[in-house]
Design a protein around this ligand. Structure first.
Ligand code: AMP
Length: 397
C-alpha cells in the first residue's frame, strides 16, 4: 500500500484527502468501489483563504493548516510513508492530455495556460508551489480536468469559426470535470449487460453546482458539453450554459455592458439563480413542491436542457448501454432524473419509479434496454489512482 495525498486547491479553499491505495489487503473504511483498494486515512477542507479577517492568509498558510491536521491524525506531511502528492489542475489546454509528473518546466507550462482558466489555474498552481516547497523530495503529479476529453474527435471539438482566429487563440472545446467523467464512466461501464465489440457506450451526467455531460464509447470520451471554458452546455447553479452568442453582442450594444459584467452575468448570476433566485437545487425543489411558478420554470429549463443533451449524445453514440447520474443533484434529485428521462421508452430508456426514488445503483426497470444508474463520483480517489499510475510508470521507466 502506498500513501498518496490529493490536493484540490481552489481560489479560496483547499480540499485534501490522504489515501492508502494499492492492491493490498482490501479491508478498510470507505473509498472502495470495486475498482481496487483504497482506504481514506484523513481528509478535510480549509476555507476562506485570503479573505478579509480570515486566519488563513494564503495558500502557504492553508497547507500549513493541512499539515497540522494530518499530523494530529497521525500522518505528518513529512512522513516517509507519503509516496506522492496528486494535484487537481483545471486546464491542461492542448499541452496536457494525461496526468503528468510536475517539474519546473511543467509548472511553467501550466502557468502559460492561465489565460484559458484565469480563475482556476492560478489557485491550482499556488497549491503546487507550496507543496513542492514543503516536500521537494516527493514526486508530485498534475491531474487535469480537461485530459479525459482529449479523445473527443475534431468534428466535436472544433467550433465553426474562422480557423486562423481559433488556432491563434486556442479556441476549441476542451471540456471539464474530466476526472469525474473518467471515474463514473468506468464504474458505469461495469454495469453494462451486453456491450458491443467496442465496449460499453455510456452517457455521464455530472450534475453538481457545475454541470456537464459526456458521451463515452468503449472508455474513450467522444463528446462533452463544456467548451473553451466551463460555461457551455447544461444549465448550472449560477451559470447559463448554452446561450446564443448573439446575446453577448446584444448586451454589449444595447445595454452597454462591459465584457466583465457580461462575464459576471453569465457565470455568476444566471442558471438556476438567475431564473428563480435560488442556486441550490434543494431550495428550488422545495419551491417547486409548493407550486412556485418561477422555481417551476427554472426546474423545467434545467431538465429540458438535460433531456436535449441525452438525445444528442444518444445520436452521437448510436447505441447506449448505460446512462449514469452523478454529482450532488444527479445523485440526490429523483425529480430531475425523472423529468429528464420520462417518456423515452421508444429509445429503450425505462426508469423504475421505486428504484429512482431510492436513488442507489441501477434505477431503470428490469426490461429497460438502456441501464440507468446513480453512480456517486469520487474525484479525489480518481486523482490518487492517476497519480499512482504516473509514479509506477516513472519507477518502471
Ligand atoms: P455538488 O457541487 O456536487 O456538491 O452538488 C451541489 C448541488 O447538489 C446543489 O445544487 C445541491 O442543492 C444539490 N443537492 C444536494 N442534495 C440534494 C438533494 N437531496 N436533492 C436535490 N438536490 C440536492
Amino acid at each position: 500500500m502506498t500513501h498518496i495525498l490529493v490536493i484540490n486547491s481552489g481560489s479560496s479553499s483547499l480540499k485534501y484527502r490522504l489515501l492508502s491505495i494499492g492492491d493490498g489487503d482490501g479491508g478498510g473504511n470507505g473509498d472502495g468501489d470495486g475498482q481496487g483498494t483504497a482506504v481514506r486515512l484523513a481528509s478535510g477542507l480549509v476555507e476562506r483563504i485570503g479573505e478579509p479577517g480570515s486566519p488563513v492568509a494564503d495558500h502557504g498558510a492553508a497547507l500549513d493548516a493541512v499539515s497540522a491536521e494530518l499530523a494530529s491524525a497521525g500522518f505528518g506531511i513529512d512522513s516517509p510513508e507519503l509516496t506522492a502528492i496528486g494535484h487537481r489542475v483545471v486546464h491542461g489546454g492542448r499541452d496536457f492530455t494525461e496526468p503528468t509528473l510536475i517539474t519546473d518546466e511543467v509548472a511553467e507550462r501550466i502557468e502559460r495556460l492561465i489565460p484559458l482558466a484565469p480563475l482556476h489555474n492560478p489557485a491550482n498552481l499556488a497549491g503546487i508551489e507550496v507543496a513542492r516547497r514543503i516536500r521537494p523530495d516527493l514526486p508530485q503529479v498534475a491531474v487535469f480536468d480537461t485530459a479525459f476529453h482529449c479523445t473527443v474527435p475534431a468534428a466535436a471539438a472544433t467550433y465553426a469559426i474562422d480557423r486562423e482566429t481559433a488556432e491563434r487563440y486556442g479556441i476549441r472545446r476542451y471540456g471539464f470535470h474530466g476526472t469525474s467523467h473518467a471515474y463514473v464512466s468506468r464504474a458505469a461501464a461495469g454495469l453494462a449487460d451486453r456491450p458491443g465489440p467496442g465496449g460499453p457506450n455510456v452517457i455521464v451526467l455530472h450534475l453538481g453546482n457545475g454541470a456537464s455531460a459526456s458521451a463515452v464509447a468503449g472508455g474513450r470520451c467522444v463528446e462533452t458539453s463544456m467548451g473553451l471554458t466551463p460555461l457551455e452546455g447544461l444549465v448550472m447553479g449560477t451559470r447559463s450554459g448554452d446561450v446564443d452568442p448573439g446575446v453577448l453582442m446584444h448586451l454589449r450594444r444595447e445595454a452597454g455592458m462591459e465584457v466583465e459584467r457580461i462575464d459576471e452575468l453569465l457565470n455568476r448570476r444566471s442558471g438556476l439563480l438567475g431564473l428563480c433566485g435560488d442556486n441550490d437545487m434543494r431550495a428550488v425543489e422545495k419551491r417547486v413542491a409548493a407550486g412556485d411558478p418561477e422555481a417551476e420554470l427554472a426546474h423545467a429549463v434545467y431538465c429540458h436542457r438535460l433531456r436535449k443533451y441525452v438525445g444528442a449524445y444518444y445520436a452521437v453514440l448510436g447505441t447506449v448501454d448505460v446512462i449514469a447520474f452523478t454529482g450532488g443533484i444527479g445523485e440526490n434529485s429523483s425529480l430531475v432524473r425523472e423529468r429528464a428521462l420520462s417518456g423515452l421508452e421508444a429509445l429503450g430508456i425505462v426508469l423504475d419509479a421505486g428504484l429512482n426514488a431510492a436513488g442507489e445503483g441501477v434505477i431503470s426497470a428490469g426490461g429497460s434496454r438502456v441501464k440507468v444508474a446513480v453512480v456517486p463520483t469520487d474525484e479525489e480517489l480518481e486523482i490518487a489512482r492517476q497519480t499512482l499510475d504516473v509514479i509506477s510508470r516513472t519507477d518502471r521507466g
